[in-house]
Design a binder for this molecule. Sequence first.
Ligand code: ATP
Length: 364
Amino acid sequence: DRVNQLQDDEAAITLENVSMNFGTFTALRPTDLKVKSGEFLTLLGPSGSGKSTLLNLIAGSLAPTTGRILLGGRDITFAPPRERGIGMVFQNYALMPHMSVFENVAYPLRIRREPKDVIGKKVHDALARVGLEGFDERKPKQMSGGQQQRVGIARCIVYSPSIIMMDEPLGALDKNLREQMQDEIKRLHTDLGTTFIYVTHDQEEALNMSDRICLMNVGGISQLGTPDELYFEPRNRFVAEFIGESNLISGRITGRDRFLANIGGEYAVPSREIAVGQECRLMIRPERLMMSSPENEPAAGRNSLRGRIIDTSFIGGMTRIQVEMADGMVVTSKAISEHGRAGVQAGTEVLLEWDPVNSVVLTD
Ligand code: ATP
């Protein structure tokens, strides 16, 4: 595993065998994780998968049931949150409502007893970084949600923490603003060069923002990798289905690069050392299914299916097309949208083809 080959001096945070039980309930199974210095790592997963638990263990608001947590080389497993030097941004902003923007952002510096002139300079630098120059005297309730979260971010970066963690920071904002702020946070990460750990349950947000994604499911890590790796090389069904859309065809391996579908039909697959007879699923992303007229013969080396379009939906740049096979199986294809959805009407017979390298064999 590439992650475990990291030298310790490259790792900003190391979790070794860290688990968390609440009574008899396991919120986090024993977990190893290395967060690289300077990377943007996203904890992604459905509700209840353990993202916040993992974040709170790193922040120090929870103490693990087993294992240790290292910050750089230092064991911080049981260190109080304040001593960790980790900055937090929360979904609900957690601003002090009676304090001005300036005082909210100055707060971490006042606790650290920084001199007044230093505080003034650092607060104004932080506010400038988040585009809030001139907002010093405003109260949080006189600002929009997006502006309040910018104050939350300024308060986090103002004392230059060595790690910045954000727990669903854009969860309360509408889609357009969320996308705009994703780009702002990415830019901030590039400018600061600090290690970011970001929590979201929104896969598009994770794909857009992250250097690496740690995809979690029921209290454990399902896969850790770049957005690209999770999308194109999912290791299991959960990853294939949580990230993007996928077509799954059940069957078994009949040779080094052969797959026999349960519904009939033998397909070429990327060659892997999988035992002949092993039950598995063939995964193909919708946009990899190329659609053409049923009179066509599949190109040499490609796999194919024949069926009838039963539904189409316009989703902007792409059109999503549901195709039913003779045996009743439905697969989803995606094609670049054209005016009037030319050629993609329900009822049309089609040929679907894919290149074997664009499919993945999942053995779980
Ligand atoms: P969400 O996206 O909904 O915030 P999450 O992935 O962050 O979910 P966690 O908040 O880490 O999930 O919770 C993981 C599991 O641990 C959940 O089933 C939750 O109910 C449970 N849990 C969390 N905190 C406690 C606690 N203090 N006592 C008991 N159970 C808890």
